[in-house]
Design a protein around this ligand. Structure first.
Ligand SMILES: [Fe+2]
Length: 270
């Protein structure tokens, strides 16, 4: 770890410790701890993916910072509202950007660099990303969106791989309280067949939720992200997490073909 990132790591650790050791009620601290793991994984993914797409040393450092602080607002969100569900609380990405600025977490950065990191954080969960004002701004934002998705797929993968052995584990947090009802919503299937991400309003049950996560592939920006997704078996794991239903083969074939085509043609690529 570079000396420079260590300063920011210490800052992150000191801030989060306040929440884990007092500010957040004990029964919610497990959820908060998972966000610490997610944060560090996303930071590492930013470094790895950034390297794969050829970022120079300084942009790579900014990418790592964006990963480290991208969800920093989650802890205050959980303290205030008791949930990670943005629809019932705040937009956690905009809130994370605010927390970063309020606490001067990026105070050593020049104004332009700070704006790049803050913009990436603010836009990491947007359904549609506004036009970027520079190539680097676009790259950092798109990379953070990819790294975040890659790690959320990892969380699903770990959870469902473990489920056989620890079936008692409650997964309602993971699927944001969606009910475990049979079948899938026609709109979700239609979106996947059309190569679109799924609108959260169409997600009615746990099956829809897993399929909406699967449909994120259509919103991935860099080929190395898709390569990692494929190499780590995340598509298969999402498939295994679902019961049998009529459209299952067709939907997974559509997604599998899309990933293979993108990797083969190196599009979208940076
Ligand atoms: Fe996030």
């Amino acid at each position: 770890m570079s000396a420079e990132i260590k300063i920011y790591q210490r800052r992150f650790g000191a801030y989060v410790r306040n929440y884990l050791s007092g500010l957040i009620p004990p029964e919610l601290r497990g959820m908060a701890a998972l966000k610490v793991v997610h944060t560090q994984r996303v930071r590492a993914e930013m470094k790895r993916l950034g390297g794969r797409i050829g970022l120079d040393k300084r942009p790579l450092f900014l990418a790592e910072l964006a990963g480290l602080f991208h969800d920093i607002g989650r802890f205050e969100q959980l303290r205030r509202f008791g949930t990670f569900e943005d629809a019932r609380s705040v937009d956690h990405a905009a809130f994370s950007a605010e927390v970063c600025l309020e606490n001067s977490f990026l105070k050593e950065l020049a104004g332009g660099e700070c704006r790049l990191v803050i913009t990436a954080i603010r836009r990491h969960n947007m359904k549609t990303v506004p036009p970027a004002s520079s190539f680097l701004e676009s790259t950092l934002t798109m990379l953070l969106r990819d790294a975040d998705k890659l790690d959320i797929w990892r969380v699903f993968n770990d959870h469902y791989c473990r489920q056989g052995r620890e079936s008692e584990q409650d997964d309602s947090v993971l699927v944001l309280g969606r009910p475990d009802t049979p079948g899938i919503s026609p709109q979700v299937a239609a979106d996947i067949m059309a190569g679109r991400i799924v609108d959260i309003a169409s997600v009615k049950n746990r099956n829809d939720f897993a399929l909406a996560r699967l449909a994120w592939v259509f919103d991935i920006n860099f080929v190395p992200t898709l390569e990692e997704m494929s190499r780590r078996g995340y598509v298969q794991s999402l498939r295994d997490s679902l019961p049998e239903f009529d459209e299952k083969d067709q939907l997974f074939q559509r997604v599998g073909q899309y990933i293979d085509d993108m990797i083969a043609t190196k599009t979208p690529a940076c």
